[in-house]
Design a protein. Structure first.
Length: 162
């Protein structure tokens, strides 16, 4: 998870419970920056098993048993594509944790003058390398759940009682 993310209090609870309930789920992601997904539902697990293929580079939790090492040739970009594509190649699922949406402040780490450790990035080179490894570069975020640019400034939390 990137360090420019704002999460609700049920983020970890929802993620862990989705993995426990669904053994076929290899990865859990969360709606991001979307005005229609700006409310966290505490104590009321809500999620969707995605039928459309996607990837999300700023937020994903992967089962330990499903983790694959990202090839060193992919210097900065396409690592998320590689992880998600391997999940799909195994026939496993990605779940969207609808009840624990997040805010991604978009590239704040990269923009910070304090961060001198990010290597020179060359997305074109990494995409070419990814394709040379035998993969298609086609995965995108699902617009109905996530937006690149922040369109919300807070996540409202609603607590459900048993």
């Amino acid at each position: 998870m990137n360090n420019d993310i704002r999460i609700p209090s049920n983020f970890i609870y929802d993620t862990v419970n989705i993995f426990q309930i669904n053994p076929e789920v290899d990865c859990v992601i969360h709606p991001t920056n979307h005005p229609e997904h700006a409310t966290a539902t505490i104590n009321a697990l809500q999620y969707s098993l995605l039928t459309e293929r996607t990837r999300q580079g700023w937020d994903f939790s992967v089962r330990n048993s499903s983790w694959v090492e990202i090839p060193k040739e992919l210097e900065f970009y396409c690592g998320d594509d590689f992880i998600f594509e391997n999940i799909y190649l195994r026939g496993n699922l990605v779940a969207m944790a609808l009840g624990s949406p997040i805010i991604h402040l978009l590239s704040q780490t990269r923009k910070s003058p304090l961060n001198k450790v990010i290597p020179n990035r060359n997305p074109v080179k990494d995409v070419e390398t990814y394709k040379k490894l035998g993969f298609k570069h086609y995965l995108n975020i699902l617009d109905k759940y996530s937006k690149i640019e922040p369109q919300i400034s807070e996540i409202k939390e609603i607590i459900y009682h048993d």
